[in-house]
Design a binder for this molecule. Structure first.
Ligand SMILES: [Zn+2]
Length: 504
């Protein structure tokens, strides 16, 4: 039977744990000072060492020897360390809350907790994925956390700390485990490949580290899978194994977006998914090149032609897609939505209206044309242009709808994409006063970010002042029915658009 490398290479001492230096030194320190807590909460993404560290803590507090010499690392030689390593240590109880989530499971735990440890000084309970417990089970656990016997250490581990009740959190010492850096992961798998006598190219190691997204477990598993084939593990092999696209392919998607070629761009995405590329991975890859491009170390046509703030808006669309994908039955449609959103951002900023735009503001039934230069971003010069919107053109009797239309029109010359975004939004509420408030309803969190961006907000507030003669404060709310988790109608529209593209 093949031993999983992840198990084989699991850290045996605190010193072996990678990328969690702060937590490890904190734990060593509390062991040294005899200030070991009775309840810990280890949170962080999967594969970063939460359970491993919990086990090491269990091993260290019970180790009979060697602590002082090795900075409180378990010695690995005493009877208790040995029984721990052979997994026959009776005083360490691991519970997977995903499959033992009910009140009876917690009750069973509470019945045994009172008994003294059999061999070691402490009895350690490690409850993995603790957020899976039912409400009743949490309540029962809380009672234990309120008065833990002095010989007991409870270590709760979770990837989703937001699902753990506050009452539980407040009784635990919390440690947040971080994703392991690419460089550390790379070094780690290079060390393992050396010991396992497999050839791994430097670039191959880099790619494995990169696509493990901070998870040591994923990096080691990938390496083990790749080691099955003979020969050196190079970039090509890693790419095939990961089912990833090359950066050229990602570039072609973004270049199609910039050229306004929706059908071609969507076809690349569709073909990639048909050929077995994971949709989530595709979104991550787009984000990766966007991130490189924003940092200034990426060379491609779309990157050169796109301004940094638009790259940020685009990356918000793809990040949104990534989140949506987890609950969406048809990931392609989510990618299509992100692609079309990209195209919207790019085409608007590239200014289909590069010429002069005439904004008509109405005053006392007299049309007063105001000529403004259309540009894609807001700058200080344009703030002066705001003064050219000279006259109050709206009165309360004109109604909210009219105000909204005027705002959309007036915003166009300053920021075309902002105006487009407003068209996709709605005026939720409006109160007069000094200042009054205008609440804009948007469909997506990243739309809210764009509108509430300080520059955009100021322009909109200034425009409102010009249009109405009054001062307004801008608010922006995510429309509940269009909330990410519940509403798919925007997706449906985009899905329709995407479907049309593929209808022969
Ligand atoms: Zn020991």
């Amino acid at each position: 039977m093949t031993v999983s490398w992840y198990r084989k290479w699991r850290p045996k001492t605190f010193s072996d744990v990678i990328g969690q230096d702060y937590i490890i030194s904190n734990l060593r320190h509390s062991i040294e000072k005899g200030r070991i807590g009775h309840a810990y909460l280890f949170t962080g993404p999967r594969g970063v060492g939460k359970t491993t560290t919990a086990r090491l803590l269990a091993k260290s507090v019970n180790c009979l020897d060697g602590k002082k010499q090795n900075n409180f690392d378990p010695c690995g030689k005493c009877a208790l360390c040995k029984s721990f390593e052979s997994e026959s240590m009776v005083d360490v109880i691991e519970i997977d809350a995903a499959s033992n989530r009910g009140i009876d499971d917690v009750r069973a735990l509470r019945e045994t907790i009172a008994f003294s440890p059999t061999t070691g000084k402490y009895k350690i309970y490690i409850i993995d994925e603790v957020h899976m417990l039912t409400k009743e089970a949490f309540n029962a656990l809380l009672k234990t956390l309120e008065e833990p016997p002095s010989h007991v250490i409870l270590i709760l581990a979770t990837t989703e700390v937001q699902k753990v009740p506050e009452t539980i959190l407040s009784r635990c010492q919390r440690f947040d485990f971080r994703p392991i850096t690419k460089e550390l992961l790379k070094q780690h798998i290079q060390k393992i490949s050396k010991d396992e006598k497999i050839e791994l190219s430097d670039e191959g190691a880099g790619l494995i580290a990169e696509y493990s997204y901070g998870s040591g477990r994923d990096a080691i598993s990938l390496l083990q899978q790749l080691s099955v084939d003979e020969g050196i593990i190079d970039v090509e092999k890693v790419k095939v194994m990961l089912g990833i696209l090359t950066e050229n392919e990602i570039d072609s998607i973004l270049n199609y977006a910039i050229d306004g070629k929706a059908d071609e761009g969507l076809k690349v995405i569709s073909d990639s998914i048909s050929s077995g590329i994971d949709a989530e991975l595709l979104a991550k890859m787009v984000l990766r090149v966007l991130s490189k491009s924003i940092k200034g170390n990426y060379d491609s046509d779309w990157s050169k032609q796109t301004q940094i703030d638009h790259k940020i808006s685009i990356s918000e669309s793809w990040a949104w897609a990534l989140r949506q994908m987890k609950s969406h039955p048809e990931p392609f449609l989510v990618l299509a939505a992100a692609f079309l959103e990209t195209q919207t951002v790019i085409s608007n900023k590239n200014g289909k209206d590069n010429g002069k735009i005439i904004v008509q503001t109405e005053q006392a039934h007299v049309l007063t044309p105001v000529v403004l230069q259309a540009e894609d971003t807001i700058n200080e010069d344009k703030k002066d242009d705001l003064h050219t919107l000279s006259a109050v053109s709206w009165k309360p009797n004109d109604g909210e709808k009219e105000l909204w239309q005027k705002l959309i029109e007036a915003a166009k010359p300053f920021n075309h994409s902002l105006s487009t975004l407003l068209q996709d939004s709605s005026l939720l509420s409006f109160t007069s006063g000094n200042p009054g408030t205008v609440n804009i309803g948007v469909n997506f969190p990243f739309h809210k970010n764009i509108i509430m961006d300080i520059k955009n907000r100021r322009v909109l507030e200034d425009l409102l002042k010009k249009i109405t003669g009054d001062t307004f404060m801008l608010k922006c709310s995510l429309i509940a029915s269009k909330d990410e988790s519940t509403d798919q109608s925007h997706d449906d529209d985009l899905a329709k658009a995407a479907a049309e593209v593929f209808t022969e």
